[in-house]
Every structure is written in C-alpha cells, then in structure tokens.
Write a protein that binds this ligand. Structure first.
Ligand SMILES: Nc1nc2c(ncn2[C@@H]2O[C@H](COP(=O)(O)OP(=O)(O)OP(=O)(O)O)[C@@H](O)[C@H]2O)c(=O)[nH]1
Ligand SMILES: [Mg+2]
Length: 331
C-alpha cells in the first residue's frame, strides 16, 4: 500500500481533495492537526492509504478514456477530411499530394501562396546566351526520346539567336539513322541561311567545328532514342566525348506523366549528367503542372518551352512567375 499525505487548513476541503484525486478506493489512515511553528496557523494532515496499482478511480479512468477516444476520433476524421481535400486540390492543380504536403499547401490555408512560394524557390530558368563557356563556338547538344521536337527546337533556338541577338549558329547532325533526318535539318538551315554539317563518326566531331567559322553557337542534333536503350545512348555519348566542351540539353514532351518524365530523365542523366532542360509541345499538353513538379524536383535549369510547330516563333523563354501564372497560381 502506498501512503500519501494531503495537507489543507480546512478538513472538508482536504477530504474533497482525497475523493477527487484518489476516488473511493483511498483509505484514510490518520488525521493529524498540526502547526508549522509554535504560534502559526493550524492545518490538517491526512495520511491516505492507496492500494498499489489500484486504479485511481474506475469512473474517472473510464471518463478519461472516453475523452481520449473522442479526441482521437476527432483527430482521425480531421485527417481524413484533409486527405480528401488534398485529393481534390491535387486534381484541381495537377500537382501531386506529396508536393502539396511538402509545400504545406493545406486546403484550409492559403494553398496558392504556399505552392507558389515553394515552386518559385525550386524552379530555375536560364537564358542559353548567359551560359558561360571556355571555348568558342558555344556547343549545345539536344537530346531526348524520339519525336519530342529536338530538331525543330534546335532550329527555333538558332532562329531566336539570329533574329534577336544577331548571332549566327551552325548545325551539326549525327542523325544519319532516321530517313529524312538530314534533309529535315538542311531545310531549316537553308531557310535561315545557316550551315549544316553531317557527322558520321565520333572522331569527326571536334574537327567539324572548324567548318563553321562564323557560328557563335552550334546546335548538335542527335538521334531520337528510346531512353531505355542504354547502348544507343552510350553511342551518342561517344560523339560528345570527342568535343572539347559542350552542354547537353534534355528535351521532354510536356504531355508526359511525371513518372514517365522522371524515368526518361534518369536514363539520360546516367549517361549525360543532364543539367539543362527544354520542355516541348507545351501547346499540346493539357496541363504543365506535373512537368513543373518534375523540373523542381530534379533541380533542372530550364532554357525554354517549345509551344508549337512554327519555326522560329513557337518558343518561349519563361521565368518562374510566367509558368506559375500558366498553371493558375498567380497571386
Ligand atoms: N505541337 C507541337 N509540335 C511540335 C513541337 N516541336 C516539334 N513539334 C513537331 O513534332 C514533330 C517531331 O519534331 P522533330 O523536331 O522532328 O522531333 P525530333 O525529336 O527531332 O524527332 P526524332 O529526330 O525523330 O527523334 C514534328 O512534326 C514537329 O513539327 C511543339 O513544341 N509543339
Ligand atoms: Mg530529329
């Protein structure tokens, strides 16, 4: 049995305390009237016996338990509501629930502001003319799965640099595989009066640049490859390895799901260490939210968005503000 002392100047209030705190199980062993010092005020000291491990009070414990269960119930249903609301918000915005949670974009708060803040801190946009090179001309290599728009985008970029920066480019194509690929880029070259060189062997890569003496920029057009065909990607890499310096740029179709983008990126990144990115076919995509999420998660530096078939006009150079407006996250 555990013995406990309860002190109070009023005997009734001492008894009430015992009942309230220890329930009817408590046994009053002794009541003493005491003084703190000789002429000081008197008080009561009750010695209470409590059976060890006996519940304080069955009724009290049950009540406490019921309260705890009610609290738990409320918390669980609040969570379920949040989960449902997150589902709705995820469908509404096109962003995953994981991103919404990371951004703390919870439905009952200002989720637009939270999302905007989170994404604007993660999205990075860079102008290709601001990328520093040690060598001249500046060589960009456009990579990506089949048909994403690599060749068309290379032509658009060259057109943009020519028209707005007065900087001529040259094209090098290593796509001698697909029927019509060389003719396609030659047509773009002809339309803009820019030279096109065809390279059939990796060792010709660096030497071919000498054939483009007026080019400030060179765009290397590569063969569209299924990113899972690692062997084929390695083949392209052999061409790039021959260059003194080049910047690989991955092009992906905005219509892909985030997981598909991630898979394609992972395959290309393993071989090329991708830092720069172009999102293509933005005009055809229902939403670019998942593309933005992919770009943010991988810390990619985005150079441009391609948004149509017109060369060179259908190319955007957005910043974080513009793209967040595009997905309805304007302030
Ligand atoms: N809607 C739309 N179509 C585009 C865009 N960019 C390219 N295209 C079209 O997509 C098709 C393929 O474009 P290409 O530039 O040949 O694509 P690619 O990646 O070079 O293709 P491969 O060399 O075969 O791998 C063409 O019909 C282009 O006109 C774009 O931003 N929006
Ligand atoms: Mg092509």
């Amino acid at each position: 049995m555990e013995v406990i002392k309860v002190k109070d100047t009023d005997i009734q209030s001492a008894l009430d305390t015992v009942k309230r705190q220890y329930g009817s199980e408590a046994m009053i062993l002794e009541i003493r009237k005491k003084r703190r010092y000789v002429f000081g005020p008197s008080y009561y000291e009750l010695l209470i016996g409590i059976e060890q491990s006996a519940p304080k009070s069955g009724v009290d414990n049950l009540e406490a338990l019921e309260k705890a269960i009610r609290r738990l119930d409320a918390a669980v249903s609040a969570l379920a509501v949040k989960e449902d609301e997150l589902d709705v918000l995820s469908k509404q915005t096109g962003f995953s629930k994981e991103l919404l949670i990371k951004a703390r974009a919870v439905p009952d708060e200002d989720w637009k502001r939270a999302l905007r803040q989170y994404l604007s801190g993660k999205l990075e946009f860079v102008r290709l003319e601001n990328i520093k090179f040690q060598s001249f001309p500046k060589v960009f290599v456009l990579l990506g799965p089949t048909g994403v728009g690599k060749t068309t985008t290379a032509a658009k970029l060259a057109g943009y640099l020519l028209l707005t920066k007065n900087a001529p480019s040259g094209f090098v194509t290593i796509d001698t595989f697909r029927a019509g690929a060389v003719e396609q880029i030659k047509l773009f070259g002809k339309a803009m009066n820019l030279p096109v060189e065809v390279v059939r062997r990796p060792h010709q890569m660096q030497k071919v640049l000498a054939k483009l003496p007026d080019a400030h920029y060179v765009f290397v057009d590569t063969i569209g490859r299924n990113p899972r065909e690692i062997g084929k990607l390695t083949e392209i890499k052999m061409y790039l390895d021959e260059l003194e310096e080049c910047v690989p740029v991955l092009c992906l179709n905005a219509g892909l799901k985030k997981e598909e983008m991630q898979k394609a990126f992972d395959h290309f990144n393993k071989i090329f260490h991708v830092e720069y990115f172009i999102l293509t076919k933005v005009d055809e995509a229902e939403s670019i939210s998942s593309a933005l999420e992919f770009m943010a998660e991988n810390g990619l530096k985005t150079l441009a968005f391609a948004n149509g078939q017109n060369v060179p006009d259908d190319l955007l150079f957005p910043d974080a503000e513009n793209v967040l407006d595009m997905v309805g996250l304007s302030l």
